[in-house]
Ligand binder design. Structure first.
Ligand SMILES: *Cc1c(COP(=O)(O)O)cnc(C)c1O
Length: 435
């Protein structure tokens, strides 16, 4: 641990709110913001402590990231590195980055052997798209520059990432003329245990065949579409995509930034399908929510093409903070902690409590669907959520939720105990009733 204690913030709560309103952008918001954010003073375990002394159980894992909760001793220790803070990655290397890359190769599907460390999920998607384009150039097909995906996806907020987000949810109209126009298949049908939608696979095959001459790759979120609508689809559609990608020599990219590291009940969602992609993006829970880091992993075939003179002679990317040792150390600690724990049992227990706890939502007026998968619980309304009312109801239950569009959802930290998971489920019900 470092020597001197961190001095307390010298802004009083009122000043902090005013300064926040005057100067600070928040995600997806106008300036100044329309609502006042809650002020968090500290976070420990699964609880956020607010400036007014209230404690809220975190139902969001800080956007899928904080799987071990907050102030975990092993992760705390990892970010207090004595060796170095950051060093550039061009021409230099170090153990934290190498150990992390090696561990990622070990735990992801077998064909993925090479790791590009990126500074955020969106950037890992940019890198994945570059891999697709450079792959096709190396194959002598530079005209293949478009990506295929399905509607309803979310892949981040940088431009290539936005271009493969759902066109409506991703507000493509706002960027028309600037955003690359990609090839979209229909939204995948909801998973249905009693019936498999083969017609949808035929649709995917048809879209790919129609555009094969201009496609570089396919990018999708496997099994769970997250911020694009919290939808779950049958893993067998991923096997169909694998076959389609092979048929047309397309690079298949799985975006596991939200689903990676156990969230869906398998370590990676690709495991549900028994399918390996050519490129895999991970982020969010990679560092247990401590620091921003992501990675794009690829196969030797992709790496060889990218490295080929015709493919560009190397990967055309290299962020300043690439391979940041502190982020790499905490990522290593987080993944090791996950593997050491019975994460499968923890996720299964959360799944069970969410499934029973959310079931009564089906009886609520205005509720269209209730679904759970792994440590994810979703209540979908038949109208947009009244977010302030829903959040107030959740806070009454001592829980932090952040509904969007028609969705009230939770993905708690894996370390959340049964009582707190039940409390979160109660808060989701209350939010659904109020919202
Ligand atoms: C959050 C997310 C991203 C973007 O990651 P950032 O770190 O926010 O840039 C990309 N894809 C998926 C599936 C995500 O959930």
């Amino acid at each position: 641990m470092s020597g001197s204690p961190i001095p307390p913030p010298d802004l009083g709560t009122a000043d902090l709110r005013t300064a926040d309103r005057d100067h600070v952008w928040h995600p997806y918001g106008p300036m100044p913001g329309r609502t006042d954010p809650l002020v968090v003073r500290s976070a420990r375990g699964v609880r956020l402590t607010l400036d007014d002394g209230r404690e809220l159980v975190d139902g969001m894992s800080s956007w899928w990231a904080a799987v071990h909760g907050y102030r975990h001793p092993a992760l705390d220790a990892a970010v207090h590195a004595d060796e170095f803070s950051h060093v550039m990655f061009g021409g230099l290397t170090h153990e934290p980055a190498v150990a992390l890359a090696t561990l990622l190769v070990e735990i992801t599907p077998e064909p993925l052997q090479h790791v590009f460390l990126a500074d955020s999920g969106s950037i890992s998607i940019e890198v994945a798209v570059k891999m697709c384009l450079q792959y096709q150039r190396a194959r002598g097909r530079p005209e293949r520059t478009r990506m295929m995906t399905w509607r309803g996806g979310y892949h981040g907020d940088t431009f290539a990432a936005m271009s493969v987000c759902d066109p409506d949810g991703g507000m493509h109209a706002l960027w028309k003329g600037f955003l690359p126009e990609q090839v979209f298949a229909d939204v995948p049908p909801p998973a249905n245990p009693t019936e498999y939608d083969e017609a949808y696979d035929a649709h995917l095959a048809q879209v790919a065949a129609e555009h094969a001459g201009e496609l570089a790759g396919i990018v999708v979120e496997p099994v769970v579409q997250g911020a694009g609508g919290m939808r779950f689809h049958d893993p067998r559609h991923l096997a169909a995509l694998r076959a389609i990608a092979d048929e047309h020599d397309l690079v298949l990219v799985f975006d596991e930034i939200a689903t990676g590291f156990g969230r869906t009940g398998e370590l990676f969602a690709a495991h549900h399908a028994g399918v390996a992609p050519d490129v895999l993006c991970v982020g969010k829970a990679l560092t247990g929510g401590y620091l921003s880091m992501a990675a794009a992993l690829c196969t030797p075939e992709v790496a060889a093409a990218v490295s080929d003179e015709r493919g560009g002679g190397g990967l055309a990317h290299g962020p300043t903070f690439m391979g940041n040792p502190l982020a790499a150390r905490v990522a290593l600690a987080s993944v090791r902690e996950l593997l050491r724990r019975d994460w499968r049992g923890e996720v299964a227990a959360i799944h069970e409590t969410l499934t029973t706890g959310l079931a009564p939502a089906r009886e609520l007026p205005g509720v269209r669907d209730v679904r759970t998968l792994g440590a994810i619980g979703v209540v979908q309304l038949d109208h947009p959520v009244d977010v302030p009312a829903a959040q107030a109801a959740a806070e009454e239950h001592g829980v932090w939720l952040r509904p969007f569009r028609d969705l009230i959802y939770t993905m708690p930290p894996f370390v959340t105990g049964p009582g707190d998971v039940a409390r979160i489920a109660g808060a989701v019900l209350a939010a659904a009733a109020a919202g």
